[in-house]
Each structure stands twice: as C-alpha cells, then as structure tokens.
Design a protein around this ligand. Structure first.
Ligand code: GUN
Ligand code: FE
Length: 493
C-alpha cells in the first residue's frame, strides 16, 4: 500500500482477475473464498470455466502472491564472477576481476566489435547471459536494468535472451573511451565509435520489441572516469534526441578514491553529479547507481532533475564502499529502488538486497559521514528501513525508478500482472511423535518438498511470516513467476 505515509504491507484474500489481452488487473473481489462463491462470481461475469485460467495459492503451504521484484542495477556479464570481489575496493576490483571478464564477451578476431555478427559471441558468454536471466527470474526479479559490455553482438544477444525468457528489461551497451582509465584490451577506440555502437544496440532492441512492451534500450556511460567529455556530451545528446528521451544509467559516488579521481579528471565541474549534469545526463529517466557519498547539494540537484537512485547495499558492503544515506535521500524526495549490482554484489536476489538494505539502515546512524549529513543531530531512529519498507523499495520503489509506478510493483487495479507466487512451506502443527520432535520435523521436510523452506511453527501472524520470509527466504520460496501475464518461471514440486 503506497497511499499511507509509511509504506505498509496489506494482505487481502479472495479473487483477483487479469485480462488475457493486456495482462492488466481488471478487478478483485475479496468476498470470494470458496468454490460456490467462485462459481457464482464466474456466472455473474458471464464466464464459464473454459474462459478463465485459475491459479490458486495453497494455504496449507503458506503460499501468497507478491509483486515481482525490480532490480534497478545489475551487470549481466559479471554473473560468472559472482562472489569474487576480494577486499581491496572498487578500482582495483574493476581491473582485477571485472574488465577481464567483460572483455571476454567480445570477439578475439574483432575485439572492438565493428562487426555486428552474433557468431562473435562465445558459447560461454551466451551461457552466462542465459543463466543470469534465468537465475534472476528464479529469484522473482520480473524487471531488471542491465549493464552489458562494450560489445554490440553480445549486448544484442542479452536483449534477445531477455525477450525469449520473457523478463522485462532495460539493456545498456557500456560506453568507455578514456584511454587513461580503461584497459587497452577493453575500450571504445573513440567516443564516436562508442556512440555509433550504442545506436546499433538501440536500433536492434527497438526492432526486437517495437512497442517496448518488455524491452527498453538504455544509454550507459560506465561512470565518469571511464568516459571522455566528448563521449558524455554525445550520450546526453543522443538520449535527448529521442522522443520520448532514452533512458540513461551510470554509477555515481560509490567509492572515495573514485570521487577523488573524478575531481582530478573533471576540474571544471563542481561535483561528481555536476559532471553528469553538464553533459545533460541527469534527467527524469536517469538511474544513478550507489550514491553512497553524495553531498547534500548533489542530492538536491538529483532531486531537482528528477533522476533516480539505485541503492546497492550488498555491493556497497562487499566492495567496502560505505553506507548509503537512504533515509536522507528519501526525505529529500529522491526516488530510490534496490539493485543487486551483480557482481560487486554477491547475490542475484533482490530479497537478499532488501535484507541488506534493512541491515545497513540499522547501523548507518553510527557513521560519522551520515551524522554530518544529518547536521549532527542525535538519531531518532527514523533512518531504519523495516521489513515493509525494504520490500516496498524492492517492488514499488523500483517500479518508480523505471517510471512504471502505475504499471508494476503492486496489485492495484489497472496494473500489469508481474508477480510471484511465494511458498513459505507448511507449519509444524500438533504434537510431536518423538520426545525430541525429530520425527515430525523430518516428516515436514519431506512433505514440503523442494519448494518452501521457512521454519514456521504455526503461531506466527501473517506479518511475522513475512518477516521470516525477508530475513531467511531465498529462491526455494519462489514457486512461480509471471511477467506481463506470462508464466516465465516455475519450480518443480
Ligand atoms: N563503477 C564503474 N564500473 C563499475 C562496475 O562494474 N561495478 C560497480 N559496482 N561500480 C562500477
Ligand atoms: Fe554497478
């Protein structure tokens, strides 16, 4: 529920119906709760059994429908590096792990990809892209904003795989042309080459999905240090030349060394955010990842431009980047969603990111940087993102970041059916058959099968069940996933 001041999870039981034409929620009736009332509902609509596909949640298994997750920041080609990030921080990790992996998505015979032929993408690269899309869907991510690599064929292949799997996605060819900051083996030879390659992926994606039902191209300067001014300006102009303007994504203020570097490289700019603003890259359709160390003025500028922030707490902790001031940004009116930032982040799960967002928000008050941003007032505890709010950021927050707050992220009338069926599993009920309870727990593990793994003891309120899900759930709880009304993932019983 987004209408209250603080987001609040509300459970409703009954029937919700979705049109097979446009996959939008047409209505709901919370009075229907048995076969007889369902049959009379069908006849009241003039429908019979053959006109509808019924999907039921199973109360015994503590199942419920939940809006699909939105991952507002993920690097698809870094998926093979999941869990590999060392401890030396962003800039050394990029050189040691990230650039070599991303470079492998190109062609050996044509490393800079003037050739558009998909045969230049290796089977390993295609497998990694196939896997990341399947895996994020299996974790309930129905919409993702992907960074790909500099390579046109591999980027187009990622778009085609999202289309095939049926995941809603923003797909960006990464632009990086600064020879002082990019490795010689992984770089756009010139800014114009990068722009032209970007245009080729945009054209491909628009042809693949002309109505933009599932796919959107997104202009993707990697981050300021990787890009020349010519490239940043050109990308800003490219985005603005489309109607409606193209989406833009990049990184901002993730790491203190990175911020120093930006100051050295762009002495004419007053701040990191100003570098992007001068290039026309801070728009209503811009997703800025991280924003860990933004100043108050930068946050104000981002709010004024209507740009959005992807909060990536798993990555921020893994890469020793810092604690992002999420409550402050929200209070300033910035739209915030969650991002896994695979593979700076170690998990493809937005549920994991929701719990990391909540954990970080519980300790951020002890950071001197946060205290200074808050004017050194004593914390009133309001910086905490509790379960309802973390799950809000994972769904409606992410939807607002991609400007689809009226379409996805919740189950309001008129919204699109991008949803997951969650199974927590059966509760332990009744008396145990052995003094230690071993027999009944074993029986239960066998009965609940591979789907559903949360320990429930039968006395939890629904809110407590959701808390257990957020803190200890994973892809074993995701039974089915739909995007645009289509079943795109199903877990065997
Ligand atoms: N900044 C520039 N490139 C990257 C990247 O690939 N991952 C993260 N986390 N930050 C970046
Ligand atoms: Fe990132």
């Amino acid at each position: 529920n987004s209408s209250s001041a603080k987001p609040e999870l509300v459970r409703t039981q009954g029937v919700l119906w979705v049109s097979s034409e446009d996959a939008r929620i047409r209505g709901y009736d919370w009075q229907i709760n048995d076969d007889a009332s369902f049959q009379s509902f069908l006849s009241s609509q003039g429908w019979n059994d053959a006109d509808v596909t019924v999907v039921e949640s199973n109360d015994e298994q503590n199942e419920f429908f939940f809006p699909g997750f939105v991952d507002t920041h993920i690097h698809a080609p870094q998926y093979p590096n999941l869990g590999l990030f060392g401890s030396k921080g962003l800039l050394s990790w990029l050189n040691e792990y990230t650039f070599p992996m991303e470079a492998s998505f190109g062609s050996k015979s044509d490393p800079h990809n003037k050739d558009n032929d998909p045969k230049h993408t290796s089977p390993e690269s295609l497998r990694a892209y196939d896997e990341v899309v399947a895996k994020t869907l299996a974790h309930g991510t129905t919409c993702a904003s992907y960074f790909a690599t500099i390579h046109v064929p591999a980027t187009n292949a990622l778009a085609a795989l999202c289309h095939k799997h049926g995941q809603r996605a923003f797909i960006g060819r990464v632009c990086m042309d600064n020879p002082d900051q990019c490795p010689s083996y992984y770089i756009d030879q010139t800014a114009d080459e990068g722009l032209n390659a970007t245009i080729r992926t945009i054209d491909y994606i628009k042809k693949l999905d002309p109505n933009g039902t599932l796919l959107n191209p997104i202009v993707t300067p990697r981050f300021a240090p990787s890009c020349s001014n010519h490239s940043l300006d050109g990308l800003g102009k490219l985005a603005a030349s489309h109607d409606p303007p193209l989406w833009i994504q990049t990184h901002i203020s993730e790491n203190l060394d990175e911020i120093d570097l930006v100051q050295q490289l762009f002495p004419e700019s007053s701040s990191y955010a100003d570098v992007y603003d001068k290039a026309g890259l801070l728009t209503k359709r811009t997703i800025l990842a991280h924003g860990v160390h933004l100043t108050k003025d930068e946050i104000t500028l981002i709010r004024e431009r209507g740009s959005k922030v992807a909060h990536c707490p798993s990555s921020n902790s893994a890469l020793c980047s810092g604690l992002a001031p999420v409550r402050f940004m929200l209070d300033q009116g910035v739209t915030v969603g969650l991002g896994t930032d695979v593979a700076g982040g170690y998990s493809p799960s937005i549920l994991e990111v929701a719990r990391q967002a909540s954990l970080v928000s519980r300790v951020v008050q002890y950071s001197a940087e946060y205290q200074a941003l808050m004017g050194n007032k004593t914390s009133d505890g309001s910086e905490k993102l509790l379960v309802d709010e973390a799950l809000y950021l994972a769904t409606r927050g992410g939807a607002a970041v991609v400007d689809m707050a009226d379409d996805i992220g919740g189950f309001d009338r008129g919204m699109i059916w991008d949803a997951q069926l969650i199974r927590l599993g059966t509760s332990v009920k009744g008396t145990t058959t052995s003094p230690l309870g071993v027999a009944s727990l074993t029986d239960r593990a066998v009965q609940s099968g591979p789907v559903g793994n949360i320990d429930l003891f039968g006395n939890e309120t629904w809110q407590e069940q959701i808390q257990k899900w957020m803190w200890s759930g994973d892809d074993r709880n995701v039974k089915n996933v739909w995007v645009q009304g289509r079943l795109v993932h199903s877990k065997d019983e």
